[in-house]
Design a protein around this ligand. Structure first.
Ligand SMILES: Cc1cc2nc3c(=O)[nH]c(=O)nc-3n(C[C@H](O)[C@H](O)[C@H](O)COP(=O)(O)O)c2cc1C
Length: 193
């Protein structure tokens, strides 16, 4: 099938349409799926930052479970569901670590409370006393000093190899368009609902 719009441009158009209409607090939430080390697929929501050089950027602690899983297998999936426009986008791709400079940029965009949480908390580790940890975070915020990006905090740039755009239809005859990368060319197929 002939491609009228490049899938990354189509993604940007759909995303823009959704965020213009959306009233939810975090319209950029996306489900990031990784291949679990124990063989179970593992999925969690993260915040999609932006399209950067044709890659999808997500950020967070690199030594978290997702970080360890990506280190072990860089093949990941991103799934968006947008309620206002009733569209789903499924992306499969390969994650590579973003540069320290780019990670600094995203870290500096975070509010000071989120920065303090990233500095003090060890995401995913068991904790006996959550109140003590929160107190440490609040004390750090109260110091009003610049918080630099901790070494374990960074992000991934996900290069898509397959992207499926689905428009939900009340009739259940959903419109599904699948773009698959073949070397440097995107191949488009219409797939059945
Ligand atoms: C809407 C939403 C956005 C989130 N954004 C992020 C994010 O950008 N980065 C992140 O590390 N965790 C984010 N989280 C928390 C993750 O869902 C998850 O709890 C955390 O990354 C730990 O996952 P892991 O143990 O598999 O590494 C978000 C959660 C929600 C519900």
């Amino acid at each position: 099938m002939k491609i009228k719009t490049h899938p990354l441009r189509l993604f940007s158009e759909w995303f823009q349409e959704e965020i213009t209409l959306s009233k939810v607090q975090i319209p950029s939430a996306v489900c990031l799926s990784t291949n679990g080390i124990d063989g179970f697929p593992n999925a969690r929501f993260v915040s999609f930052k932006e399209l950067h050089n044709d890659t999808f950027v997500v950020t967070g602690p690199l030594n978290s479970r997702k970080g360890i899983e990506i280190e072990n297998n860089a093949k990941v999936a991103l799934t968006f569901w947008w309620t206002e426009t009733e569209r789903q986008i499924r992306i499969q791709g390969v994650a590579t670590k973003i540069s320290g400079q780019l990670a600094d940029h995203y870290f500096n965009e975070r509010d000071v409370y989120s920065q303090a949480v990233s500095l003090i908390c060890e995401q995913g580790k068991a904790i006996d006393n959550l109140e003590r940890l929160e107190k440490q975070v609040l004390e750090k915020v109260a110091q009003k000093t610049k918080i630099s990006r901790p070494k374990n905090w960074g992000g991934y740039a996900i290069t898509p190899i397959r992207m499926e755009f689905m428009e939900f239809k009340k009739t259940r005859f959903h419109d599904r368009k699948c773009y698959q990368k073949d070397n440097d060319t995107w191949i488009l197929s219409q797939i059945q609902p």
